[in-house]
Write a protein that binds this ligand. Structure first.
Ligand code: DPN
Ligand code: ZN
Ligand code: CA
Length: 433
């Protein structure tokens, strides 16, 4: 939570403004139909992880043979369908650990969408829900990308992390060894850690629950459940592999079906299952086996992994749209609203469903900022609300469905500083059509 003080008057103003705010923009649905991911195939990966654990002393933990066997299984599947894979080695607690990185050839190398999850279990058990589920889910989504021969606008990368259970070791190693220029190419990271809990909840990582949480990613994930099941936001903080990405300033999001926390009566009436019982009673225990899975949750979660990828990857849209940049510096005074203009010309028709808005803001507390993109006709698209995110600068991109707006004309970035004390400066922003 924020340590900043908000006066009652400021709270009332914030609330009033929130009620009057335009709807928050979300990523546009992909032009291609999102495939239904085969539950049977995901289950087959889980049963392979179970067999690997059975044959290797009952676990798939860092430094144990069951981990490496799990990695070899995933790698072989990806290699067979055309991924470029690499094994990254690190040392922790006197044992060698491994990350598996898989790149789908093609797409914009400067605009990477990355999906990941940890592949290791605790040593107490086979780790089928934690995190065979996320590992198998992103594997089957990656295999579906290959099966459909998807040619997205963005470059797709997948990561299976080692030694998460020892303190997020593998993912932290990966992010820390990346040169700054490589880090900045990763525009979004989505994390999937526990997606088939036996007494499931449907949680989306809250954008305001951690540094670098992305409202656009949160909303895209939420949209994937529309018409299927209600979701709740959860503040996962630094409890899984998105943490290192977030620390590096990369926008993050993710899904979770719950671990040791108990399901409330309200959640049980909404989602079914048992109130007063943990989402996963076998969390970090020997009983986290193939039978410790709710298949409905696993199916829904995996389909939303696919939804997020197909929605965010820019499928079906021609690559390399024209980019317009406003480089003029603009001060962001305390508790004031400012606007910066950008003239767009020479584009025929309307803006795209996935108009990319890039912002580069220096600030001492970015949680203060409320940002709208205003179309030439005055329509405002909210891309960021104020939050308790105490991080400083805001260097990120948002995707706005602006297909109802003429592309040509004067666009504005409207920035309101909604919290006392902290101030900043807009360095630049751009629109890519
Ligand atoms: N990876 C587990 C942990 O670190 O405890 C489970 C978990 C994942 C918990 C995501 C919270 C959020
Ligand atoms: Zn986990
Ligand atoms: Ca302020």
């Amino acid at each position: 939570m924020s340590l900043k003080r908000t006066t009652p008057l400021a709270s009332a103003l914030l609330l009033a403004t929130a009620l009057l705010s335009p709807p928050v923009a979300s990523a546009a649905p992909g032009a291609l139909a999102v495939p239904d991911i085969s539950l049977a195939n995901v289950q087959a990966h889980l049963s392979s992880f179970q067999t690997i654990a059975n044959n290797n002393g009952g676990n798939r933990a860092h430094g144990r043979p069951g981990y490496r066997a799990s990695l070899d299984y995933v790698k072989a599947k990806l290699d067979a369908v055309g991924y470029t894979t690499s094994i990254q080695q690190f040392t922790n607690s006197g044992a060698t650990g491994y990350n598996l990185i898989a790149d789908w050839p093609g797409g914009d190398a400067d605009n990477i969408l990355m999906l990941g999850g940890h592949l290791d279990s605790v040593s107490a058990g086979p780790g089928i829900n934690d995190n065979g589920t996320g590992s198998a889910g992103i594997l089957e989504v990656a295999l579906t990308v290959a099966r459909e021969n998807l040619k997205p606008q963005k470059h797709l990368r997948f990561g299976w992390w080692g030694a998460e259970e020892l303190g997020l070791i593998g993912s932290t190693y990966y992010v820390n060894q990346l040169p700054a220029a490589e880090k900045s190419k990763i525009k979004s990271y989505l994390n999937f850690d526990m997606t088939g809990s036996p007494n499931p909840g449907y949680f989306v990582y809250s954008a305001s629950g951690q540094p670098s949480g992305s409202l656009a990613l949160q909303q895209t994930l939420e949209a994937g459940f529309t018409g299927k099941v209600a979701t709740e936001l959860t503040s996962v903080g630094g409890r899984s592999d998105h943490a290192a990405f977030a620390r590096a300033g990369i926008p993050v999001g993710g899904l979770f079906t719950g671990a040791e926390v108990t399901k409330t009566a309200a959640q049980a009436s909404k989602w079914g299952g048992q109130a007063g019982v943990a989402f996963d009673r076998c969390y970090h225990r020997a009983c986290d086996t193939s039978s410790n899975i709710d298949n409905t949750a696993l199916d829904r979660m995996t389909d939303v992994i696919a939804y997020s990828l197909w929605t965010l990857a820019g499928t079906g849209t021609p690559p390399g749209g024209e980019k317009f940049t406003q480089d003029e510096d603009l001060n962001l005074p305390d508790q004031a609203t400012v606007e910066s203009s950008l003239t767009v010309s020479g584009i025929s028709g309307n803006a795209p469903t996935a108009l990319v808005l890039g912002v580069d803001i220096t600030h001492t507390y970015r949680g203060d900022l409320v940002i709208d993109l205003v179309a030439p006709d005055g329509t405002a698209f909210r891309v960021k609300n104020s939050s308790s995110d105490s991080g400083d600068n805001l260097v990120t991109t948002y995707t706005v469905n602006a297909s109802g707006e003429a592309a040509n004309g004067v666009w504005k970035l409207r920035i309101r500083d909604a919290g006392p004390q902290d101030v900043g400066k807009l360095n630049s922003w751009y629109l890519q059509f």
